[in-house]
Design a protein around this ligand. Structure first.
Ligand SMILES: O=C(O)COP(=O)(O)O
Ligand SMILES: [Mg+2]
Length: 229
């Protein structure tokens, strides 16, 4: 029986994959899950303060995985990765001409950058590996990180802190950065507008995109628990 739902944020809880506007129906569905006794956690490439704030104001209790797996919060804060020197973020930004995310001052192990059309992914991957780092793209931002396992690292710790087995956990996401999230849970769900590689990592693909797909997923989980919805 599912006891915890883990949701990605950008592209998943939003109205679509190209906006930061939260889908209010998705927020309501996650609150309904909490009311029915299923905890909801957020697993994202965003920084800890952003996720901790969202978790609190959305009324969730399942915890947070931030910085693509490097930070976990469930009643207390844990950083699971080494810190990455800030000057490397500046060097990456200068080398590839990418603006730094406004959240970079609040990150310590995974830095994010806004993509440009002329971005050379192969060169950036080479740069990252020559610095012992991993490059990821969420559909919203390019990330460099000390963490080669991505969201899986934080998700395993969050599930452990929750005292649950992976079979009791469902997860939903929209991009390649969620493959590492979905592979850690018993009920992996992709959205209608997820990237193809993520769909291949799921056992359910929603009919609707982004936030409306989250609503479908929550109702599927509630049905599985015998709660008619
Ligand atoms: O930080 C990003 O680039 C996107 O974050 P996400 O993991 O919530 O999609
Ligand atoms: Mg996303």
């Amino acid at each position: 029986m599912i006891r915890l739902i883990l949701a990605d944020v950008d592209g998943t809880l939003t109205e679509d994959r190209d906006t930061y506007r939260l889908d209010l129906d998705a927020v309501a569905a996650l609150r309904l899950a909490e009311k029915m006794g299923i905890k909801v956690g957020l697993v994202s490439g965003n920084s800890y303060p952003v996720l901790r704030g969202l978790h609190q104001y959305m009324g969730l209790s399942g915890g947070v995985v931030a910085e693509n797996g490097c930070v976990v919060y469930l009643q207390h804060f844990e950083r699971l990765c080494e810190k990455l020197e800030r000057k490397l973020a500046q060097e990456f930004s200068d080398t590839f001409g990418l603006a730094q995310s406004w959240q970079n001052p609040y990150r310590e192990s995974d830095y994010a950058f806004y993509l440009r059309d002329d971005f050379d992914t192969n060169q950036a991957k080479k740069w990252a590996s020559s610095h012992g780092l991993t490059l990821r793209y969420s559909g919203y931002a390019v990330h460099i990180s000390v963490n080669s396992e991505g969201k899986a690292l934080g998700v395993r710790r969050l599930i452990q802190l929750s005292g649950l087995e992976r079979e009791q956990v469902a997860a939903i996401g929209d991009s390649s950065t969620d493959i590492e999230l979905l592979k850690e849970v018993g009920y992996p769900v992709a959205l209608a507008n997820s990237t193809q590689d993520l769909k291949e990592s799921s056992i359910m693909i929603t009919r609707s995109k982004s936030g409306k797909g989250v609503v479908e997923m929550v109702h599927a989980v509630l049905r599985e628990r015998g709660v008619t919805s």
